[in-house]
Design a protein around this ligand. Structure first.
Ligand SMILES: Cc1ncc(COP(=O)(O)O)c(C=O)c1O
Length: 439
């Protein structure tokens, strides 16, 4: 096979998938692989559902391409599905795009335009978090707290204004320190103070950190207090739920885990479960109307809201509802996490097993007590993933280079008990393989 882009820390050369069905991938060399990552933590209803293919076909026959701002039945039905069943009632203004990076770009533009529409054009800085991933465009690469993906671009990228990602395991005060919440809230307040609230438009954050850190949750109570601080300083909150949205964490959105009410939610991946390229930026009437009144344009991408993508998303979202798959994500996720905990808690390589619903992360370290990492050049994550792949399970690599050796799990919401067992035993074998080589 000819080499193709992209170049990644994880070497995927030689992987050739001929078919994906249910929770499985089938390779050209005849292997059956359990997709414990749903691709890039995307697939939720399982691969190869014919009813999704059918609506895509019908939409293509009826409306192959229609200018994004015009209405079509496929667009109308998606908006109805989203506003009636999925989105928080206040987030009823929808901007569609083709992927998470574009949707986050839109969120940043909306935040800055909103502040400008209120006569605060200087309130234009975006706070990010030290450990985060928001996408792969130039501005999202700059805004993300992801060292490895910035390499070779540092001279060109915007310098982000970062607050610390609450990371209880590695809190500078100590592991899961009782004052971790206050530590991270103080950090937020200090950064706002040093930049000046009058200069900050928004904070972009994953409420439950995705693959950059591997499902890191903040200390209990953090989010509501953080939101209060942001509101007091008239700083918008953009919840990047590209990975966590639409049931992945066992709730419709990760914001629901914390009672969080952001000004903007961005969600993609699970929105159409990988059947089509679609993501959304969801905001309030207040914000959308203010931008409109000011006469600012919010331009579309050519392939935004393709009728076939809208039809696919509506169909996937209806399947999630009809088959109660968000509830399944919570229940199966709990089983999987409990089983992983039972089997791996005492493993000397496992620092933490964390996450919600079917977004789980396992942090692998050289020394469990000191949390010392393996050296980056050892490529431990790749070794674990490759070993598990040869056993018949695909896990997703997490981490940012500086933070590393995070194994992410994000299977479709349809896996059964036997598949849970298989995931756990394969991961255990892969870790034993590392243990035998390094400890
Ligand atoms: C939290 C988060 N935001 C944004 C993105 C970027 O989305 P996309 O790859 O669809 O552009 C991702 C992708 O992994 C993500 O996990």
């Amino acid at each position: 096979m000819k080499p193709i882009w992209p170049y990644l820390a994880q070497d995927y050369s030689g992987v050739y998938i001929t078919q994906a069905k249910g929770a499985y991938l089938y390779s050209k060399s005849g292997n059956k692989i359990l997709d414990a990552a749903g691709g890039a933590i995307v697939n939720n209803i399982g691969h190869g559902r014919k009813e999704v293919a059918e609506v895509i076909k019908q939409a293509t026959i009826k409306n192959s391409y229609v200018l994004p701002p015009w209405t079509t039945p496929e667009r109308e039905e998606l908006v109805e599905e989203l506003t009636e069943y999925w989105l928080p009632s206040e987030l009823n203004r929808i901007h569609l795009s083709s992927g998470g990076s574009e949707a986050n770009e839109a969120a940043i533009k909306i935040s800055i335009q909103y502040q400008a529409s209120k006569g605060k054009a200087k309130k234009n800085l975006i706070l990010n978090r030290s450990l985060s991933y928001h996408g792969t465009t130039i501005s999202m690469t700059g805004i993300s707290g992801h060292t490895a993906r910035k390499r070779g671009l540092e001279s060109y990228l915007i310098e982000p204004h970062s607050i610390e990602t609450p990371y209880p395991l590695r809190c500078p005060l100590g592991k899961h320190h009782p004052e971790a919440k206050d530590y991270y809230l103080n950090n937020l307040e200090e950064v706002i103070k040093s930049l000046g609230a009058e200069n900050i438009a928004a904070l972009i954050a994953e409420p439950l950190n995705g693959s950059s850190g591997g499902a890191i949750a903040p200390p209990q109570g953090y989010w509501l207090e953080a939101q209060k601080i942001l509101t007091e300083n008239e700083i918008l909150l953009i919840a990047d739920e590209v990975m966590t949205g639409f049931g992945r964490v066992g709730k419709k959105f990760a914001c629901d885990l914390y009672g969080l009410k952001p000004d903007i939610i961005v969600a993609g991946k699970g929105m159409a479960g990988g059947y089509a390229a679609i993501a959304g930026t969801y905001t309030t009437n207040k914000i959308a109307e203010s931008i409109k009144q000011a006469g600012y344009e919010v331009m579309f991408h050519t392939f935004a809201a393709l009728p076939l993508s809208c039809a696919a998303a509506t169909c996937v979202l209806k399947i999630l509802r009809k088959e109660k798959l968000v509830e399944a994500s919570a229940a199966i996720g709990k089983k999987l996490k409990d089983h992983l905990t039972e089997e791996l808690k005492e493993n000397p390589l496992v620092a933490e097993i964390r996450g919600e619903g079917l977004l789980l992360g396992i942090e692998v370290v050289k020394n469990k007590d000191t949390l010392e990492l393996f050296e980056e050049k050892e490529k431990i994550t790749s070794k674990i993933i490759n070993y598990a792949f040869s056993e018949g399970v695909f896990f997703y690599p997490g981490g940012t280079g500086e933070v590393r050796d995070i194994i992410c799990l994000g299977p479709p919401f349809i896996i059964n008990d036997a598949e849970i067992d298989f995931i756990v035993s394969s991961l255990k074998k892969s870790l034993d393989h590392i243990k035998s080589k390094y400890l």
